[in-house]
Design a protein around this ligand. Structure first.
Ligand code: GLN
Length: 269
């Protein structure tokens, strides 16, 4: 891909939605492209951004936010911006959406205080915060990917499906609707609601999760999967990415999994 056709990462509301280091997901995607010589640029999709820019992206990243910021975002994400973003995700633009972002892409979010916020309805889920006195879901997470296509792709890429590792901190409890496919099942942590063992949602090429981490540096194969989907959509051809040296990520993963008495099933390159 030439410079004029750089892969475009659209970063949703960077000033309002980037808790717990979620910008690390953007940095990870950008660097893993650059290390392979793939031209890439990051475009903020913010309040001052015109609506059509929301559809001119190859990859989307949406981070977490507290309730107050989510309300500001949802006041902005209306009309043409909402429609264009919804269409992009439904058309298969790959992306990762963390914590507050999936809450806003679902049917609705009921914050700890105040009115229900209607979401974009592109993900079949609803989220209710049980109130300011209710305990938050906080801690490290380990997950097993259950989304069928993603699990199959990761097995084809790596020989095995590695754990997803992350960190969650949310008050909202999410319930998946009948058409939603969970991203993962919870090995350690709370996940969508602390009750049904599901975590996140997988829709088209969207990975939505409560897992900060940031998610992608701790699970670099997910970043590569997203980049692969983005390039394949652009070129119409399946793509195999040049492997990178992930030994530092591997060491971090081994240490984090050992805290929970778990072992990595595979060795990353
Ligand atoms: N405001 C949401 C909640 O508490 C999301 C928090 C977050 O994104 N970390 O459920």
């Amino acid at each position: 891909m030439g410079e004029g056709t750089a892969l475009t990462i659209g970063w949703l509301y960077p000033k309002l939605m980037s808790t717990y280091g979620d910008r690390g997901n953007v940095i990870c995607l950008e660097r893993r492209c650059q290390w392979r010589g793939i031209p890439v640029r990051v475009v903020p999709l913010d309040r001052e951004t015109p609506a059509d820019a929301f559809g001119q992206v190859d990859l989307l990243v949406g981070g977490g936010a507290q309730d107050r910021q989510q309300e500001i975002v949802m006041r902005d994400l209306q009309g043409a911006k909402a429609e264009i973003l919804k269409e992009a995700i439904a058309a298969g633009v790959p992306g990762t959406f963390t914590c507050g972002a999936p809450q806003l892409l679902g049917q609705y979010y009921e914050p700890a205080l105040g009115q229900r916020i209607n979401g974009l309805g592109v993900l079949d889920l609803v989220t209710v915060h049980p109130g300011p006195e209710a305990p938050r879901c906080i801690g490290n997470m380990v997950l097993t990917v259950t989304a069928q296509r993603l699990a199959a792709d990761l097995r084809a890429m790596l020989g095995e499906v590695p754990y997803l590792i992350g960190f969650e901190n949310h008050g909202g409890r999410t319930r998946l609707g009948p058409t939603a496919e969970a991203l993962a099942s919870v090995v350690k942590g709370f996940g969508n609601n602390g009750q049904d063992g599901t975590e996140g949602v997988f829709y088209r090429n969207a990975i939505a999760t409560y897992s900060h981490g940031p998610l992608l540096p701790k699970n670099p194969f997910l970043a590569d999967w997203l980049i692969q989907q983005a390039i394949a959509r652009r070129t119409g051809e399946p793509v195999i990415l040049k492997p990178l040296d992930d030994c530092l990520a591997q060491q971090a993963r081994t240490a984090l999994l050992a805290r929970h008495g778990l072992q990595e099933a595979i060795a990353l390159p």
